[in-house]
Write a new protein. Structure first.
Length: 185
């Protein structure tokens, strides 16, 4: 009988220690704010070929020293999906992704097995322009139709943020160089 009582006391003590640990972790974590998803409306959607001056267009070898070694991705053409995003709320929507179905002339999806076309980052309250580069398989018959465009973000950041000291990829650096030739990182 004393063994049964001892076993029960040990079980109760284990449960109490576990409960205290969980409570300590919960109190130590502080207030946790859920990152609720927010749907945003996209308007004035346009899909057009990239401008030849855009580093993302990657037209092939160039005499411009900033673009040396940058060549067209095999089997892909650069397009820009642009438009306006409307955040009707009062708060910023973070880590916003854009979704759309892009169909070719025969009604087939241009981007197979996915509707997420890219990220536009944080969207403040109001109407703001956006643009995304897309790699469309070369030889895809146009004209293209963009259907069901939408954006979805969160009430709080959900992705790791890049710092000012983070290194840029070569294409990102070329974009910065084109936008601000005097910038150095």
């Amino acid at each position: 009988m004393t063994e049964t009582v001892t076993v029960m006391v040990v079980r109760i003590l284990r449960w109490l220690v576990g409960a205290v640990c969980v409570l300590a972790l919960w109190v130590g974590a502080g207030p946790i704010t859920p990152a609720w998803a927010a749907d945003l409306k996209l308007t004035n959607i346009d899909l057009a070929p990239c401008d030849q001056a855009d580093p993302g267009a990657q037209p092939g070898p160039n005499s411009d020293p900033r673009r040396s070694g940058v060549t067209r991705t095999a089997g892909a053409s650069c397009f820009v999906l642009s438009g306006e995003v409307n955040n009707p709320g009062r708060k910023t929507v973070y880590d916003t992704d854009v979704y759309a179905r892009i169909l070719d002339a025969s009604g087939e999806p241009v981007l197979q097995n996915r509707t997420r076309v890219g990220s536009i980052g944080d969207v403040d309250s109001g109407v703001h322009p956006f643009a995304l580069r897309l790699a469309v398989p070369a030889g895809t018959p146009g004209p293209f139709e963009v259907s069901n465009p939408r954006a979805r973000g969160f009430g709080a950041p959900v992705r790791t943020r890049a710092g000012d000291d983070d290194e840029l990829l070569p294409l990102e650096q070329q974009v910065v160089d084109v936008e601000d030739p005097g910038a150095s990182f």
